[in-house]
Design a binder for this molecule. Sequence first.
Ligand code: GDP
Ligand code: MN
Length: 401
Amino acid sequence: MNLHEFQAKQLLAQYGVVVPAGEVCSSAEAAQQAAAQLLAQGHNRVAIKAQIHAGGRGKGTFKSGFQGGVKLCQTAGDVFEKAGAMLGQVLVTKQTGPEGRLVSRVLVAAAPVIRKEFYCAVLLDRAASRPMVMASTEGGVDIEEVAAKHPKKIIKEAVNPSVGFLPFQGRKLAAALGLKGDLIGAGAKMFGGLYKTWWECDASMVEINPLCLITGPDGKESLMAVDAKISLDDNALYRHPNLQAMRDLAEEAPLEIEASKHNLNYIKLDGNIACLVNGAGLAMATMDIIKHFGGEPANFLDVGGGASREQVAAAFKIILSDPHVKGILVNIFGGIMDCNIIATGIVAAVKETGLQLPLVVRLEGNNVAAGKQTLAESAVSIIPGDSMADAAQKVVQAVGK
Ligand code: GDP
Ligand code: MN
């Protein structure tokens, strides 16, 4: 699950990372009021920022033609105008795909004078089997590009999780960013807060890009997180009701939300062969074999080890709601599952949905003979597959016609 920038900043602030003062708004009037308040507090400029689950907003374009999902303003009137141009509009960035994302909230925040932009993040480094705190002087821009062209410009500190992130590691990273004097201590504290956010929220990634060296109204330099992104580990969400409450369903694929209601693990993909499989490993193998025979899977769908008839029916409806689907492959291994229950579920779902698309079914395992009989005796047209390879070839062929 991903968080919005304003939510990520709220969390980081709780762990001692300094973020600009700001407020999230869903109307132009509220944005104007928030801006007026910030300006009255002595901030010279405010930033207005579209809140969507995608980066690259600064360089993005709205479908209306309006340029940029991040704008700097000097008056509350200007904020009113820009918020009006963003809210209710679809923003397309490098990360949203051509369909873009609807902007229903904007963050209005103090916009300090930025002297330097850094990058920093925490994630799990699988190769090192350690949490990794990373930093780079090349902030603000696309970090993937930096990683590809100038890998030496990304500095890394591995963390021993049983000891935690140590103060000397924070000072080392701060010094590597070229910070001097008091800013080394401030930087070390910031990195400590960043790591603590990652650890305590069970995040898979916490990123600040840019982390900025700013000059305050009094001329003093300090560090501030100007943009933030947090991805949480879904498997640990049950431990964090406060984070669960931050979920924004409008940012998630509607079919995936429907699937999670039925306890189905569904992920939409770009192909045209839908798969319905029990077990995540078998589902992966099924997608691989579809590709092996020249097809493209339309989804990943694991109905689990003990799916009910109702779940199978719900799964069918979900995969059929994807207009790109041109054929279906059901691949079930009855280990815990009774093949006949699945067969009954398939027949019921086909009748209920009035399925016209080619449907290939491969059943194997527990009570398979009864399952095959149920399919054969039903009036529905099903292409039986003998093995995984046979079934995959048959569905690829049926869709190709
Ligand atoms: P992204 O494009 O989605 O990553 O959004 P960012 O929040 O990172 O904004 C892109 C760029 O706009 C940043 O690298 C900054 O240069 C600038 N920017 C964003 N927010 C502020 C702000 O509050 N103050 C100032 N001065 N610049 C900002
Ligand atoms: Mn950014």
